[in-house]
Design a protein around this ligand. Structure first.
Ligand code: SF4
Length: 229
């Protein structure tokens, strides 16, 4: 078909429609490219850089770069996985991620990637930032200690007018996720559930419930991330 492009991922012949992002094209061809900020069906951001691949020898983020005819993509290489591992380590030291006491444990994509890349102790010193936990909303708890600033919640959770209910406040090291007081009321039960679901870590959690699924029986406890491709 005219609009289908041939390309390879790690030497494997693949096919996808022209204009498809590399990460979506990889999914369509059952190839796993790790990511933390990308979410299928939501505009890409290129924020976390975990999906970086080599395209015809050049480093590119697979969520923002598009497929073209004859592309040669390197994905599961030692070099790229080492870079991804170092990003995961940086995210761990930049926040306060205490997996054993986190309700998202076993369903957290950051933790799952740390396992995948066999992270033990991060090579960087811990920052131990002082950040608060905001439980002022009746439906969710925001834990700023765990936010990796992927912007998934900002991009995915909108009201009926298409306005983002979540936003970023402040800049640099002080950046934190913010629930606009004027739009906080738009965070219905359904949207709150979705916000919890789209957050890759335990930074947005539902109020009033916990440990519904026992540790050991959660998503990534049963199937390590990327093992279904
Ligand atoms: S709250 Fe969760 S989804 Fe939102 S930016 Fe932080 S880590 Fe990402």
């Amino acid at each position: 078909m005219a609009d289908l492009n041939n390309f390879t991922i790690d030497g494997l012949k693949c096919l996808a429609r022209e204009g498809t992002s590399i990460i979506d094209a990889a999914r369509q061809n059952d190839q796993f490219i790790p990511t933390l900020c990308n979410l299928e069906g939501v505009p890409p951001k290129g924020a976390c850089r975990v999906c970086t691949v080599r395209v015809n020898g050049k480093l590119m983020t697979a969520c923002t770069a598009k497929i073209s005819q004859g592309m040669e993509i390197e994905n599961q290489t030692e070099e790229l996985n080492e870079m991804r591992k170092s990003i995961v380590e940086m995210l761990f030291v930049e926040g306060n991620h205490f997996c054993p006491s986190c309700e998202k444990s076993g369903e957290c994509e950051l933790q799952a990637l740390a396992y995948r890349f066999e992270m033990t102790v991060p090579r960087y010193p811990y920052f131990y930032p002082k950040r608060n936990i905001d439980a002022s909303h009746p439906r969710i708890v925001k834990d700023h200690n765990r936010c990796i600033l992927c912007k998934r919640c900002v991009r995915a959770i909108k009201d009926e007018k298409g306005r983002s209910i979540f936003a970023f406040l402040d800049r640099g090291f002080e950046t934190r996720i913010y629930l606009d007081p004027d739009l906080a009321g738009q965070l219905t039960e359904e949207r709150a559930r979705k916000a919890v679901e789209v957050c890759p870590v335990g930074a947005i959690m539902p109020r009033g419930e916990g440990f519904k699924t026992p540790i050991g029986r959660r998503k990534y406890d049963r199937h390590p991330i990327g093992s279904d491709m």
